[in-house]
Write a protein that binds this ligand. Structure first.
Ligand code: UDP
Length: 482
């Protein structure tokens, strides 16, 4: 069909980026576009599985493979996903390999000539590569409007260069609310000139020269920031989320989102079904953060002392009978039988959060997790670790009033700031009990209802996607808005 749009999606190879990008591809396909997801061989089996429900329904969605240069940069074969990197050296090599993907992308664009390229922020060269073929490039950050506004304000005004210490709070300039942060809570590459600072400039330029930004959020969640981003900062942006709400009705999808879960859907559901509404605390820190054993021990002690029921996801392999685990108090699991469930590896997070038994989420505030929690009407204990998670914490606690912080003070890749037992305990109690907890829960539930409306026909995200599709159609005929 001649008038059919063909959209290319090129997500960064990490769960937090791939999950929403794949859902976005399915979303476009469900609106009559052809969608192609570009990725590297080791990531393909997962993508194939994730799009299966869409292709079974007759959606036009395919996967295109490009080779990842592991050999050239000295990474082990098959190491093609950021979630499998275990050292800074590996991360540097991975980034070098990622920066070599411009050529294969160029080749694919030349062969297929899609109508639009939705490429991740971390591919700054994607704007120029697509411009060569007259293809509009949309940037996908995986950030909220709030985080995008905060990040742009910091880049533009550099208030962090005017404070005298790393712990002195300062206001992020010109935001709709007075939001304070400290230099300690900003990423290293923003505080000092590193190799990555140059890369950051490239990301910024590539975004400013792109066709616009596509955002996995909904207007009603952060209206002041959606308006600020577009009208005050002058950025061209479309919000089309929450992407998972557009996909979740497909059978089995929730249970295998991201990767195969370490616990069966049945076992997880049965366990939750046996619990009272709002009685379970869900603890999970996303796909990247990886706390040290002493921090996990503190969490275990809080969970036990709280007397509450919980599901706790820990990035550890299967427990072998008779082997002592240094991060867990002696006999913990035995004592917690029926009361607490430890998932070692990957949990079916969406399924858990949407279960009525779950009353709170202890989260690192990755944007996907934050959005999933809000949409499920679940208030949060916020424990940001790195990336843009400190901004998301401020959105949840200060703007939306649906979260209580544990008081993480320092941005630290993987391991996060060290947080003491008393602070975790206090936040967990505040989120589970009392009038304030009830109020936070009811605010979260109201936001969840608005999210469902946003993606239905006539809702704000539905309409923004329609507008984007229309815009791309006009663009193809040489009369789009840019
Ligand atoms: N996730 C999951 N099971 C896990 C851990 C994470 O399904 O055990 C999913 C989670 O639902 C979310 C994504 O992985 O969709 C993590 O993205 P987020 O932005 O929250 O954090 P990141 O992993 O990028 O730090």
């Amino acid at each position: 069909m001649d008038s059919q749009l063909h959209i290319f999606f090129f997500p960064y190879m990490a769960h937090g980026h791939m999950i929403p990008a794949i859902e976005m591809a399915k979303l476009f396909a469900s609106r009559g576009c052809k969608a192609s997801i570009v990725s590297t061989p080791a990531n393909l089996p997962h993508i194939d599985k994730a799009i299966e429900s869409g292709t079974n329904l007759g959606l036009e969605i395919e996967v295109l493979s490009i080779r990842f240069p592991t050999q050239e940069v000295g990474l082990p074969e098959g190491c093609e996903n950021a979630n499998s990197l275990t050292s800074q050296e590996m991360r540097n090599k991975f980034l070098t390999a990622v920066n070599m993907l411009d050529q294969p992308l160029d080749q694919l664009l030349m062969e297929h000539r899609p109508s639009c390229l939705v490429a991740d922020l971390v591919f700054p060269w994607a704007t120029d590569v697509s411009a060569k073929f007259g293809i509009p490039r949309l940037v996908f950050h995986g950030f909220s409007f709030f985080a995008l506004c905060a990040w742009r304000s910091l880049l533009r005004h550099e208030p962090h260069k005017q404070v005298s210490s790393d712990s002195e709070p300062f206001v992020i300039p010109n935001l709709p609310d007075e939001i304070k942060i400290t230099r300690n809570q900003l990423p290293d590459y923003m505080k000092e000139e590193t190799e990555f600072s140059g890369f950051l400039k490239k990301l910024d330029e590539s975004e400013l020269n792109s066709y616009g930004i596509i955002i996995n959020s909904y207007y009603e969640l952060e209206p002041a920031y959606a308006d600020h981003y577009r009208n005050v900062l002058g950025m061209k942006a479309w919000h089309v989320g929450p992407t998972f709400l557009c996909n979740e009705d497909k059978e089995g999808y929730k249970a295998e989102r991201g990767q195969e879960a370490s616990i069966s859907e049945q076992e997880c559901s049965n366990w939750l079904d046996s619990k009272k509404p709002n009685s379970v605390i869900y603890v999970c820190f996303g796909s990247v953060a990886n706390f040290i054993d002493s921090q996990l021990m503190e969490i275990a002690m809080v969970l036990e002392a709280s007397g509450k029921q919980f599901i706790w996801v820990v990035k550890k392999g299967k427990h072998e009978e008779g082997v002592k685990e240094e991060w867990l108090p002696e006999g913990f699991e035995k004592r917690m039988e029926g009361k607490g469930l430890i998932v070692r590896g990957w949990a079916p997070q969406l399924l858990i959060l949407q279960h009525q038994a779950v009353g709170a989420f202890v989260t690192h505030c990755g944007w996907n997790s934050t959005l999933e929690s809000v949409c499920a009407g679940v208030p949060m204990v916020t424990w940001p670790v790195s990336a843009e998670q400190f901004y998301n914490e401020k959105l949840a606690t200060q703007v939306l009033g649906i979260g209580v912080g544990v008081g993480a003070k320092k941005w630290a890749r993987l391991t996060g700031d060290s947080v003491k037992r008393e602070a975790i305990e206090k936040a967990v109690n505040l989120i589970m009990e009392g009038k304030e907890a009830e109020e936070m829960r009811s605010r979260a539930k109201a936001l969840g209802v608005l999210a469902s409306r946003a993606v239905q026909e006539g809702g704000s995200s539905y309409k923004d996607l329609t507008a984007l599709i229309e815009d791309l159609r006009l663009q193809r005929h040489g009369c789009g808005s840019k």
